[in-house]
Design a protein around this ligand. Structure first.
Ligand SMILES: [Zn+2]
Length: 246
């Protein structure tokens, strides 16, 4: 491709992006098992639309670090080895979603984890977080991946302990079997990516998040997307869903 057309495409992308940045997209939830590309797709939504990603794990850590009333309460509970109760999480989430940078939408990460939390979120959003802005309904996107494909994809991950470069023996293999292209070091499998560990992680994911997916599916609000495709194709479809819903 010549420089001119490349430049034209990048300018077109830039103007599509700046149009996207002024748009109210509303709240977005991505559901999908580990390895489905949820992290990558979230980052792309954040970048394209200029909305924040709200991670409940980060929020909790931040409140604890800042020593807020909610943070101190959460810290005491966690110190006893107990789970942070929903009521406390609601306070933390509500406080964050009322901040001004959320007025054009946001991507939720790690929330809701249960049907009860999903119900609370609906009630909260119903009360209109931003009174003046046009209300945009919640979008729930489920990234569907074939279980065996997923297992294969995760189990194929390798990394070089010397330079940190990552490979996948199925999709992105090194030139020489199990050796790093750069320095020839023997590639390693992360402990988390061992097949027996993955099977456990996926099973946990299934039991924990099925009720959330069921909650939205029962109300016809779950948009399922085939995520067994190139990242770019999945991203394009997600943007299409977001652009088309408000
Ligand atoms: Zn290396």
């Amino acid at each position: 491709m010549g420089n001119t057309s490349k430049g034209a495409i990048s300018m077109a992308n830039e103007s599509a992006k700046s149009a996207a940045q002024n748009k109210n997209i509303g709240p977005v939830i991505l559901l999908g098992p580990p390895g489905a590309g949820k992290g990558t797709q979230s980052r792309r939504i954040v970048e394209h639309y200029g909305v924040p990603q709200i991670s409940t794990g980060d929020l909790l850590r931040e409140h604890v670090a800042r020593g807020t009333a909610l943070g101190l309460e959460a810290k005491a509970i966690m110190a006893r080895g107990e789970l942070v109760p929903d009521e406390l999480m609601y306070g933390i989430v509500a406080c964050r979603l009322r901040e001004l940078d959320c007025r054009n939408g946001f991507v939720l990460d790690g929330f809701p984890r249960t049907a009860a939390q999903a119900g609370w979120l609906d009630a909260f959003l119903e009360k209109a977080v931003f009174e003046n802005s046009q209300k945009c309904p919640l979008i729930v996107i489920q990234l569907l991946v074939d279980y065996n494909q997923l297992l294969l994809r995760i189990a194929g991950r390798r990394s070089c302990p010397t330079c940190g470069r990552t490979y996948n023996i199925h999709t992105q293999p090194p030139l020489r079997d199990e050796l790093c292209d750069v320095d020839g070091t023997k590639l390693l499998i992360r402990e988390d990516d061992r097949e027996e560990v993955i099977a456990g992680r996926l099973a946990t994911y299934e039991t924990q998040t099925r009720p959330v997916a069921d909650y939205y599916r029962a109300q016809n609000r779950l948009m399922a997307i085939d995520a067994d495709r190139k990242m770019e194709e999945v991203t394009a479809q997600i943007f299409g869903v977001i652009d088309g819903h408000c």
